[in-house]
Design a protein around this ligand. Sequence first.
Ligand SMILES: C[S@@+](CC[C@H](N)C(=O)[O-])C[C@H]1O[C@@H](n2cnc3c(N)ncnc32)[C@H](O)[C@@H]1O
Length: 280
Amino acid sequence: MMQTQLRAPDVYGRTFEMDGPALAAIAERMEARGAHPFVAGVIDEYMAGLIQTPADTLLEIGCGTGAVARAIAARPEMRGPVVAVDVSPHLLETARRIAAEAGLAGRIDFRLGDAHRLDLPDGGFDVVVMHNLISHVAQPAGVLAEGRRLLRPGSGRLVVFDGDYASWTFATGAADIGAATDLAVQRGIVAHPRAMRALPRLLAEAGLDLNWSRAYVVADIGRAEFWTPSVASFRVLLPAAGTMTGPEASAFVAALERASDENRFFAACNFYTYVAQRDD
Ligand SMILES: C[S@@+](CC[C@H](N)C(=O)[O-])C[C@H]1O[C@@H](n2cnc3c(N)ncnc32)[C@H](O)[C@@H]1O
């Protein structure tokens, strides 16, 4: 398959070329995060009222292991077809297996595809969801334009949820309180840490009218909780990204885990959801 390939360290934007241990760490973090009540609450908020008829169709782009697609497909109002696309054959295989184990095998059509250019018909979906995707793609504006193309004219709605990763921070005991390690984390995990700040402009430029938004801050103070799986994944993912060596990543993770054990941990990131509608 031809892909619009990312030229940045971000491991989530280069899942098509990650090795087995990196993909296993990515899958584990996705499933842990997908099971967190914060994520369930976010999905509940953006899905409220979005599905209007039992025939409505929904597409998730960048589904990974399928945690979000499963949560959506299991909703009582979601009776129409759910399609979920990802660029990684390995993650799609995992997604299909977990969906089958959850009794949702027949509910989600998992497909291989590049968010920049999907082999799906114009205007075929009532809802398109990009949940934790836009910060990782090579060209966010191109992916939004592709999302718009796939929406039903006049009524189709696009949901974009992601972290404002320029705000993402893990305090350390270093003299800079973690500024240098924050940069290594941001570069290793996301390609566009400021993308969500640009979304109101990028949506308008893509021909989409913003009609709902929500802001969240996720902070673990004292003990790590929401951020525990992310921290654990850094041991493998930051060396895979090339933004820390193996020993640097291990020492960073060990220090964060120690801080949590000692009730001295601090990590936070802002997140946003935008819902926008086709302007024709
Ligand atoms: C951070 S993960 C989010 C996965 C899932 N939506 C979730 O929240 O659990 C980003 C996903 O986007 C996929 N991805 C990255 N670039 C992509 C592209 N150009 N086209 C399709 N999927 C892409 C990755 O393979 C990865 O599974």
